[in-house]
Design a protein around this ligand. Sequence first.
Ligand SMILES: Cc1cc2nc3c(=O)[nH]c(=O)nc-3n(C[C@H](O)[C@H](O)[C@H](O)COP(=O)(O)OP(=O)(O)OC[C@H]3O[C@@H](n4cnc5c(N)ncnc54)[C@H](O)[C@@H]3O)c2cc1C
Length: 453
Amino acid sequence: MSERFDVVVAGAGTAGAYASYLLAKAGFKVALLESKSGGEIGVKTCGDGLGLHHVERMSRHITPNPKVFQNRIEGVELISPDERTRLLIRGEGYVLDRFGWGKWLVEEAVRAGAALYEGHTATSPIVENGSVVGVKAVERRTGAAKEFRAKVVIDSSGSAAVLRTKLLGWLISEPLHPEDVSHAYREILYVEEPLENPQYIKIYLDMTVAPGGYWWIFPRNATMLNVGLGIWGVLKQNPRTNYDQYILPRFRVKSKYHIGGGFIPTRRPLKSLVGNGIVALGDAAAAVNPIHGGGIGQALLSAELSSKVITKAFEVGDFSEKTLWEYNLLYMKEWGYRQAQLDVLRLMLQTLDNDDLNFGLSRKILTEDEIYHLAAKGTNISLTDKFRVMMQFIGRPGLLRKLSTSIQYAKEIGDLYLAYPSDRSGLERWHAQVVAKYNEYREKIGLGPLPAA
Ligand SMILES: Cc1cc2nc3c(=O)[nH]c(=O)nc-3n(C[C@H](O)[C@H](O)[C@H](O)COP(=O)(O)OP(=O)(O)OC[C@H]3O[C@@H](n4cnc5c(N)ncnc54)[C@H](O)[C@@H]3O)c2cc1C
């Protein structure tokens, strides 16, 4: 069986559901394929935190459902490994009723006119004459094989990126190296003792508990807590083991609402998010913030930007990589360059140990405002007060060198991403510059060259 659509979207998470909503609202015939079915639709293992600025941006296109914003957050409490330093970093946001959020977005897509195929697993792209022209899928209940044909296919299947990774030899198929992912595990707990200050999400830096990452408490309210951790993928450690050993014993647990794990791409942007007839969004496009692993906002952003470009492609009747390339340009300009900057800092943070972190946080090497700016927006911070910084680093010249080197390279690599080539012809040259700059930086902070994926 083969059905024809304007756009086929594989994966009804935040990215796929929002893109389906936007495109269906714009009048396109959209098929939204989702492996899950029934009450499972919208269920996602996540920390459930979302910055206010993402919600505000989304509100330009859709009225958010207030019911899914479970806890209004005023900021982040950043806690040192020895737990002696607790920095309060401003920054508004929400802890979501994540399942409610996911379900609501899919409902909005359907209300806008998208056809939802639940219980349908996309298995591979259909490629004809060098272009993706549809998706092969299996209906899980019956085992029936189906084909969904379209002018444009969207891979929004999450971190597994089931479609783009099958396009071997295409730019868009770039695989993820274990260095480029975080392995995460979290539980949503009902606890006996109310959490202090539940208007602040808590981020604990501790390289024993969460090597190359952090562990967190994101409160839905004072006694319902999303608690989890992420560990750098290259270390090949099971985050659940550390969760059970170090984190869970800290709570008097009444019951558990949901448990689960997953992996999160935490890296620089992919070389390209487009190919002939296909674009990738959200986790499938590795669009996540590499410092904190938050990707809901980027799932929304990538859906918005790609929908704009897909709409234009229909106007000109051309769905080739050349036309869809504009999505790369918009992405790199809006977020990709900052993603790259944050990736540079991520690599530096992953080389620190608990002593460095205790020292750095207790001496306020960066102020709360600077940390907020770095984590949320990129490295446009002024370190003009060099003297203050130098003084604080007395006794830790190595750390000072690492930090200032990282800030310098973050700026340079971010600038390279801002100069992303306007078409494919410039890509290989540009990419060689990125790799060279990364390798120069990596050598300076004691990492080897970029690994081949
Ligand atoms: C433990 C953990 C904690 C996190 N905490 C946060 C946080 O606090 N804040 C934040 O912003 N981000 C967080 N993230 C990241 C965030 O969850 C993702 O970046 C975001 O959900 C990405 O959305 P997406 O739509 O791209 O992918 P997903 O939400 O993963 O959606 C992909 C969808 O595709 C479906 N699918 C997969 N394969 C197929 C297939 N073959 N055919 C059809 N359908 C398919 C899946 O069922 C799913 O519904 C966390 C992630 C994890 C794992």
